[in-house]
Design a protein around this ligand. Structure first.
Ligand code: CA
Length: 225
């Protein structure tokens, strides 16, 4: 899952970005409204954390432009604590959630998890597919009750496929959603990661759909409820 953090306070931006990347997300950041608007307009983010008070273009205007142009990714706005009008304007402009400043980083992480699972049609933080369980709170993966140790890229790949289970995901979509913009992207590495994941999981829950991409499906059957 790939996220964008738009926050002009550089320290705060770095803290949020670091916490999110430690939690297993690919993260891009922007420090003003124009840069943030451009990135959100041109890159396919799974969710955005958007400060309301931004230089060049304020957060509400950024959000209005995205929505007007059909950008539907979930957006969490950061508001000033005593500005109730920020929240009202934010929701009316198309925000999905808000966190008032100052906040605990855990709250941002929990709200991002909730936005991502809702956007992909899941109701809990723990995703299950066949014998595989992926806990988005702890970034842990368990197969048949045994923990499996994954690298951050392997985890991101599995997490993306499990969030979108039952749907064929192309290699180019994976490249766009697993790496931040500074990463040297090469779609061939996806195949390598899929191979490693299959070996580590020990069960074939990732199917290759020739010419189209990958499909997360448990061996021999329909998805678990
Ligand atoms: Ca600000």
């Amino acid at each position: 899952m790939r996220l964008l953090v738009v926050e002009d306070d550089r320290d705060l931006n770095r803290q949020i970005s670091t916490a999110l990347s430690n939690a297993g997300y690919a993260v891009d950041h922007a420090f003003d409204g124009e840069e943030g608007h451009f990135l959100g307009d041109t890159e396919p983010y799974d969710a955005v954390i958007l400060d309301v008070g931004l230089p060049k273009l304020d957060g509400i205007a950024v959000l209005e432009r995205w929505r007007r142009d059909g950008r539907v990714m979930p957006v969490l706005i950061l508001t000033a604590r005593d500005r109730w009008s920020d929240k009202v304007e934010g929701f009316d402009a198309g925000a999905d959630d808000y966190v008032p400043k100052p906040f605990h980083m855990e709250e941002i992480l929990a709200r991002v998890r909730a936005l991502l699972r809702r956007a992909t049609g899941h109701a809990t933080s723990e995703l299950t597919y066949g014998p595989v369980t992926l806990d988005t709170r702890s970034s842990r993966v368990v197969v048949d009750g045994a923990a499996v140790k994954l690298t951050s890229h392997e985890y991101r790949l599995l997490s993306y496929l499990m969030h979108h289970q039952g749907r064929v995901v192309s290699r180019s979509e994976l490249v766009e959603h697993l790496y931040d913009q500074d990463f040297d992207r090469d779609s061939n590495t996806i195949e390598v990661f899929v191979g490693r994941l299959r070996r580590k999981l020990g069960v074939d829950v990732i199917q290759t759909v020739r010419g189209l991409g990958y499909l997360c499906e448990p061996p021999g059957g329909a998805p678990a409820a």
